[in-house]
Ligand binder design. Structure first.
Ligand code: NAG
Ligand code: NAG
Ligand code: NAG
Length: 419
């Protein structure tokens, strides 16, 4: 019955999208937040393959990760895009054709061979470029060769383009990013279009043009890059909480806010903090783009990355981004409406986040009414990190009690019950 409701809900939303008449980019892509793997956060701009053969930005790195996404079970739970970030290019365009040239030493076979390797595994191929004269790491950008580069991407069988915004005038972006999107479209090859444009606007205090972003981009980086630390993660979570009135309404099937990559599997987050990022990214309907060495992810972290119940929240077909509902005693409650719906009431994913550092697990108690969960027939409650759990039925006046550890999260699904 749930899956039937899912299908109906997805259909209703597609219909709503059509009725809204072209307010959103209509390339049929990213109807759910994209899932995959990207090189930047973990591997940055390592180009010395002699010293770091397993880490340098090279054909080998992306082949290896395409293989691992399949062999380690990530593909089975939805991770799909293998995305090259910065530092894949030669420093100069081809002198005769002006075409972009992948680094001859590190991508000796060109990108079509790598794209084939990725596609043969049932995965999709993503590529980074930059709207300005140069990429952030100083390689050639697209600005004076946009049509040529869009066509080149299509010829390389690219499925996803991330367009960064270094070495560009912010005032050119409002026209330039849509223009590159039109050029991608005119190649005839469907490519997910990820725009970094609002991150550059918010950096200088400008309000991003969300209506235009929705029309021209499938996802967009709203703010700063993530780094491998709890501090960086919390700054991003705070930004999305504080600015949710301007950010949250713009997410939906085909167009997503992007708080940046998952840190899980690296050095900066503990086991429990890893759950925290995964839970909040699920509430935010954020793209789930890992950036780690998939050969070295510990089993308990892999379990979090592959938690099907949490991923289902992230990928919920309604595509409604959640919000920070309340803050009290350094406990935050984040809440996202999801399927299944019953008697016109949503179900909800609810994350209780502790910002406390005073040692002991902190006991909290809310009535469901406090959480604006008012379904007449109550909710069945499940701990999303204990997928077979059944915590019973709660109604609006029931008290929901739990304890949250310092810098931790408890994450529950409240399934609306019908008559
Ligand atoms: C293209 O020209 C640049 C600058 O003159 C030069 O450094 C580079 O080696 C040339 N590339 C090729 C492929 O000839
Ligand atoms: C930005 O605009 C100025 C003034 O129009 C121009 O001189 C400069 O080249 C532009 N910079 C880039 C990176 O496009
Ligand atoms: C190009 O845009 C049109 C109109 O929005 C859309 O119908 C079509 O699917 C797009 N094609 C590609 C390849 O993105």
């Amino acid at each position: 019955m749930y899956s039937m409701l899912n299908i109906v809900a997805a259909f209703v939303f597609l219909l709503l999208q059509l009725l809204q008449g072209g307010t959103a980019l209509d390339n049929g892509l990213a109807l759910k937040p994209p899932m995959g793997w990207m090189s930047w956060q973990r591997f940055r701009c390592i180009t010395d393959c002699k010293t770091y053969p397993d880490e340098c930005i090279s054909e080998q790195l992306f082949r290896r990760h395409a293989d691992l996404i399949v062999s380690e079970g990530y593909a089975d739970v939805g991770y799909e895009y293998v995305i090259i970030d910065d530092c894949w290019l030669e420093k100069n365009r081809d002198n005769k054709t002006n075409k972009l040239v992948p680094d001859r030493k590190r991508f000796p076979n060109g990108l079509n061979v790598l794209a084939d390797h990725i596609h043969e595994r049932g995965l999709k191929f993503g590529l980074y470029q930059d709207f300005g004269t140069n990429t952030c790491a100083g390689y050639p950008g697209v600005i004076n060769h946009m049509a040529l580069d869009a066509a080149t991407f299509a010829n390389w069988d690219v499925d996803y383009v991330k367009l960064d915004g270094c070495y560009a005038n912010i005032s050119d972006m409002a026209a330039g990013y849509p223009e590159f999107g039109r050029l991608l479209n005119s190649t005839g090859r469907p490519m997910v279009y990820s725009c970094s444009w609002p991150a550059y606007q918010s950096e200088v205090g400008q309000m991003p043009e969300y209506e235009s972003l929705k029309k021209h981009c499938n996802l967009w980086r709203n703010w700063d890059d993530i780094d491998d630390s709890l501090e960086s993660l919390m700054q991003i979570i705070d930004y999305f909480g504080k600015n949710q009135d301007s950010i949250q309404p713009h997410a939906g099937p085909g167009h997503w806010n992007d708080p940046d990559m998952l840190l899980l599997g690296n050095y900066g987050l503990s086991y429990d903090q890893s759950k925290l990022q995964m839970a909040i990214w699920a509430v935010l309907a954020a793209p789930l783009i890992m950036s780690n060495d998939l050969a070295k992810v510990r089993p308990e972290i892999k379990d979090i990355l592959q938690n099907r119940a949490v991923i289902a929240v992230n990928q919920d077909p309604l595509g409604i981004q959640g919000r920070r509902l309340l803050m009290k005693n350094n406990i935050e409650v984040w809440r996202r409406p999801i399927t299944p719906t019953a008697d016109a009431e949503y179900s909800y994913a609810v994350a209780f986040v502790s910002r406390r550092v005073d040692g002991a697990p902190y006991a909290i108690s809310f009535t469901l009414k406090d959480l604006s969960l008012n379904n007449e027939y109550g909710y069945g409650v499940q701990d999303l990190f204990e997928p077979n759990s059944n915590l019973g039925v709660f109604r609006s006046e029931s008290h929901f009690n739990t304890r949250v550890i310092p810098n931790g999260v408890n994450f529950y699904k409240f399934t609306a019950l019908g008559n």
